[in-house]
Design a protein around this ligand. Structure first.
Ligand code: B12
Length: 298
């Protein structure tokens, strides 16, 4: 077991190394007082924009060109190397972003949010998050209990069936639902359309649209679903929709409004756009490639 002296020596060495690397002087509370729990380090947040936009290449050949290039994209450019490795700060930023991605994949939705929108919960045939990630096919089928619940609770043969699914990021639903859902619901109601009973699906994939419609028999089915999170970007959702989805419908029969988040397609605007999209789908009685061909007059 380590003595307090040894622990203090480690802390001193870590702090000295951080200072050597240019971090602002840390404030230590309780150092050496046997209180590791009360140790506070005022370190800068390395995920802040100033660390992301900085070049880590020691002597770039053309600094202006590099800066201009980096300004065109949030991609990881100018991260430099220390021998065969990434430099420390770009590596830490990568780990931090990766953690955000993993959190999004494994996050469960806040039940209070579902309650706020009167969304009851059903589940697909995936029985855990792990199984959901490994078996996408199970995320495209409702469980027996879910089928029964939808059969009992849902309005049948509506014009539009809206439902929400976690997909690959429950965080995306938490970020966007409050803004986009009322816009979609009110817009469709104002258009005089008969609405289905909305609900929430845990472990849902896009292809679940088919299975849902086997029960509700809607003209259009649309799902707000969490997109596969990018590195450090967990809040983007999509709305996938189809005209009369059948058991054998594919993505060619569907449309998607993607990248919905503040910073991408604003959720309020996206909601209004989805309403217009659904009206067009109903007008032409088609979605996906068929809709595109009709609109192009082919
Ligand atoms: C992963 C992905 C794919 C993967 C899907 C594989 C898989 N099983 O997951 C692959 C590489 C096959 C793919 C292909 C295509 N994709 Co893609 N894809 C994505 C990505 C990165 C994430 C999608 C996601 O998170 N879905 C949610 C999860 C929960 O869905 P899922 O059930 O696990 O997987 C389904 C969907 O991903 C769906 N899907 C994926 N892409 C597309 C595109 C369209 C138009 C539709 C209807 C469905 C669809 O296919 C999967 C199987 O059903 C998005 C980027 C984004 N920001 O959303 C682009 C994105 C959705 N794809 C896009 C496009 C254009 C395509 C292609 C048409 C490209 C091409 N020209 O071939 C094809 C269509 C494939 C198809 N399914 O018919 C565009 C759609 C733009 C638009 N508004 O129409 C996006 C937004 C990328 C972009 N910014 O351009 N894609």
């Amino acid at each position: 077991m380590m003595t307090q002296q040894q622990i203090d020596a480690i802390i001193d060495a870590v702090v000295a190394e951080l200072q050597r690397q240019g971090f602002s002087p840390p404030s230590l509370v309780g150092k050496g007082a046997g209180g590791l729990g009360s140790l506070a380090l005022d370190l800068p947040d390395i995920t802040a924009s100033e660390y992301r936009t900085r070049s880590y290449i020691d002597k770039p050949l053309k600094p202006d060109v590099l800066r201009a290039l980096m300004g065109t994209t949030p991609s990881r450019m100018g991260i430099g190397h220390a021998g065969p490795r990434y430099r420390n700060i770009p590596q830490f930023i990568f780990w931090a972003d990766h953690a955000v991605t993993q959190d999004a994949l494994f996050k469960e939705i806040d039940p209070a949010l579902l309650q706020q929108f009167n969304l009851f919960e059903v589940q697909t045939q995936a029985s855990s998050r792990q199984e959901y990630l490994l078996r996408p096919d199970l995320g495209r089928k409702l469980s027996d209990a879910a089928r029964k619940t939808l059969q009992e609770k849902c309005v049948k043969q509506p014009d539009v069936q809206l439902y929400v699914a976690d997909g690959l990021s429950a965080a995306a639903i938490e970020h966007n639902l409050r803004d986009i859902f009322p816009v979609m619901q009110q817009g469709l109601q104002q258009a005089g359309l008969k609405m289905g009973t909305p609900f929430y699906v845990k472990y849902g994939r896009v292809g679940l649209l088919n299975d849902v419609n086997a029960i509700v028999d809607a003209k259009v089915v649309a799902t707000l679903i969490g997109e596969r999170p990018g590195l450090g970007r967990a809040e983007a959702a999509s709305v996938y929709l189809g005209f009369k989805p059948q058991p054998d419908s594919t993505d060619a029969d569907r449309d998607v409004v993607c990248n919905i988040f503040n910073g991408g397609t604003n959720p309020l605007e996206a909601g209004a756009y989805v309403v217009e999209y659904i009206k067009r789908t109903l007008k032409y009685q088609a979605s996906g490639i068929k809709l595109k061909l009709i609109e192009q007059g082919k």
